[in-house]
Design a protein around this ligand. Structure first.
Ligand code: ADP
Ligand code: ASP
Ligand code: MG
Length: 419
């Protein structure tokens, strides 16, 4: 892949496990130093916090005040990357490579002001080019951003992938390498479905659905950016040799899409919470206002079920959100239902998971939904909610059934490869 760079920069991102100890950071530095000596000088390294560090920071800030402002949250949880950047720069220095670490504000990774889910608007690459002119390898903090008002933001959990692809786009890089603790993108999470296999070539569309449906290996917005700017994303294992099989995500040609498997992957998202609102007043625009309020809080709503009026003067609506958004959404909904002044009843249900099958071939292949339902039924798994699109079918099930559901669907659609 590197010969394709042809003088263009390359961005390499190393995730939490890859920089999880001093020894691992030194191993990454040794790889970068080796490539540097072989001529790869225009490389920007993006790092996440050492594994477990961001979780610790989230726990600390939540234990201090679960209802604190997202400004405080971002200031706390972005701190892990600062340490990782400094350690990586120090390790490169030790490996004989001049290096310079940057936090987001030092580089100018400008974002929106939506704390905890900020979007990157612009990256100033001037300092990176200056580094390369002097033979210096820049190390950049993932996950963080800064607003025009110099407020610290974060991009959402797992957001370093997005930092890396955004940087690759800003630099007009040849490709963006995501170095992680698995060989690439598999047909399902190999920790849940041991029979899953590596997909060596994947279209942006499939990767996007898999990421957005909860396959943690890539942050959704990194794939969105890759697709929008046609930036190839290479996912590979930090701990394996350079020639080890990996996944390349890019736009393949139309013929390839026609021949795409009906189901390319199975995903499992364990972070699902269902909120149910009942006793909603039957009033013009009430549902629209409700979801406008939720959107304004920066919370993504997934599957929505809107029941018909139970009686002449009450509506019921249920929807799923990510578990991390629960407290904030509940706070907002309580305030909103008080304003409604009609005793709106709010119920939250945890312990759910969403299992999905994804594949471009589904577009031209009827019968996938019915097969999903019968596979889950045969496995004795109750389906609680369903959502479909042209290239995916998702079912909400009890979290305890999640692994089994993913395994059964993988067996039926990928191992048996028949619909
Ligand atoms: P990093 O810290 O490098 O960003 P993550 O933990 O965020 O790594 O993502 C890698 C993990 O994603 C893997 O360890 C694997 O368990 C999980 N994963 C979920 N779905 C998939 C999939 N389809 N293919 C590969 N890995 C997956
Ligand atoms: N350190 C951040 C997190 O744990 C960002 C990342 O890992 O990509 O969410
Ligand atoms: Mg990650």
């Amino acid at each position: 892949m590197y010969h394709l760079a042809d003088g263009r920069p390359v961005v390499q991102k190393y995730g939490g496990t890859s920089v999880g100890s001093v020894e691992r950071i030194q191993n990454v530095a040794a790889r970068v130093a080796d490539q540097y000596r072989k001529g790869l000088k225009k490389v920007a390294i993006v790092v996440s916090a050492m594994s477990g560090e961001t979780n610790k920071l989230v726990d600390l800030v939540t234990a201090t005040n679960p209802h604190t402002s997202l400004r405080n949250y971002d200031m706390a949880v972005s701190a892990g990357e600062q340490v990782a950047v400094a350690l990586m720069a120090a390790a490169l220095e030790k490996a004989g490579v001049p290096s310079h670490g940057f936090l987001a504000y030092q580089l100018g990774i400008m974002t929106s002001s939506l704390h905890s889910k900020a979007r990157i608007h612009d990256i100033d690459c001037k300092k990176l080019h200056q580094c390369w002119e002097q033979g210096i390898i820049p190390v950049v903090a993932g996950f963080q951003g800064v607003t025009e008002d110099l407020e610290i933001t974060t991009l959402g959990r797992g957001g370093s992938d997005t930092s890396a692809v955004a940087l690759a786009v800003a630099l007009d890089a040849a490709f963006c390498e995501i170095n992680t603790d698995v060989d690439g993108v598999f047909t399902a999470d190999p920790r849940v479905v041991p029979t899953a296999h590596l997909v060596q070539e994947m279209d942006f569309e499939v990767a996007l659905e898999m990421a957005s449906l909860g396959s943690k290996v890539l942050h959704t917005r990194c794939v969105e950016l890759g697709a929008k700017f046609q930036m190839p994303i290479v996912v590979r294992n930090t701990f394996k040799p350079n020639d080890h099989p990996r996944t390349i995500i890019m736009s393949f040609n139309a013929q390839r899409k026609l021949e795409a498997p009906v189901v390319s992957g199975v995903t499992l998202d364990r972070n699902v919470v269902r909120l149910s609102l009942s006793q909603l007043p039957v009033r013009y625009g009430v549902i629209a206002t409700l979801f406008e309020k939720i959107a304004a809080t920066g919370v993504n709503v997934d599957i929505i079920v809107h029941n018909k009026a139970e009686s002449t003067d009450a509506l019921r609506v249920g929807f799923t959100i990510g578990a991390a958004d629960l407290l904030r959404t509940q706070d907002m909904l309580r305030r909103w239902s008080e304003e409604q002044g009609s005793g709106v009843h709010l119920e939250a249900e945890r312990g759910l998971a969403k299992v999905s099958v994804v594949g471009l071939g589904m577009q031209s292949h009827p019968g996938v939904a019915s097969k999903v339902f019968s596979v889950l039924e045969d496995a004795g798994i109750a389906i609680q909610m369903i959502s479909t699109s042209e290239i995916k079918i998702s079912c909400v099930v009890a979290e305890v059934d999640g692994d089994r559901a993913a395994q059964a669907l993988h067996r039926a659609f990928i191992e048996d490869d028949k619909v």
